[in-house]
Design a protein around this ligand. Structure first.
Ligand SMILES: [Zn+2]
Length: 241
């Protein structure tokens, strides 16, 4: 059975084969009502095809920098100041921020740098951030895959760097190899998320990222989180993609 299809259990009212002639309108109405009732109850069932549950984390706009980009914006040899550990081991939010400038001089100030320095500079934005900067069509990319990333200028206290680095990150779940194995997940597969509640949303194309330096965490950008009414810490269902 493929995703999105299911079997309606049991016979339908009237006990007639589909296509039988001379059925009354009342019979047809009862059949339709019963199908609707069963579809609704299937969709409402929290257990339906849930693989596991996970707590959501909201990933606000942020920047990863190379050594060269940090040199250009904060000065040669400048070292980031860690202020908060992140969920992924050895990753931290730094005290340092940059102003991101888009086309036509539109900018967002105080965008946090996450350390340590990486081999690439990457500016991770939600679509709303992109609109503010005049970057209407942010490409959705996995971290480190920057083909087609949009150019922005990063301005720090001592200088600036212009880099093709702006992306919307692919929705993703980090997990260690053990965490993947115990959940029957494989690296790079895509799953679906179901967020319940009044603002419930189904999110597709959630990438499973597996690495021995990762720890279980779901990362949604601020637009996705806002759409689903999530502030972080809520449990959501992971379904087969
Ligand atoms: Zn992440």
């Amino acid at each position: 059975m493929s995703a999105g299809t299911f079997v309606l259990p049991g016979p339908l009212p009237g006990g007639r084969a589909s296509g039988a002639k001379h059925a009354s309108i009342a019979d047809d109405t009862r059949v339709v009502e019963e199908v609707v009732r069963r579809v609704r109850s299937h969709l409402a069932s929290p257990a339906a095809s849930t693989l596991f549950t996970i707590q959501a984390s909201v990933s606000a706009r942020h920047i990863h920098v190379t050594r060269a980009a940090l040199d250009a914006t904060y000065g040669a040899g400048y070292e980031l100041t860690p202020v908060k550990d992140l969920s992924q081991p050895a990753q931290y939010a730094s005290k340092e921020t940059l102003t991101v400038v888009g086309p036509r001089m539109r900018c967002i100030a105080d965008v946090r740098i996450l350390g340590p320095c990486r081999g690439y500079t990457q500016v991770e934005l939600a679509p709303t951030d992109g609109r503010i900067l005049g970057l209407a069509a942010l490409p959705i990319r996995e971290s480190g895959h920057l083909d087609g990333a949009l150019p922005v200028t990063l301005v720090g206290p001592v200088g600036s760097a212009t880099v093709s680095a702006a992306i919307r990150p692919t929705r993703h779940i980090h997990m260690s190899p053990d965490e993947a194995r115990s959940r029957g997940m494989t690296a790079n597969e895509r799953v679906t998320l179901r967020v319940g509640g009044e603002a419930g949303v189904i999110f597709t194309n959630v990438l499973i990222r597996v690495h021995d330096r990762y720890r279980l965490d779901l990362h949604l950008d601020t637009d996705d989180a806002n759409a689903a009414g999530l502030v972080g810490g809520e449990w959501v269902d992971v379904l087969r993609g």
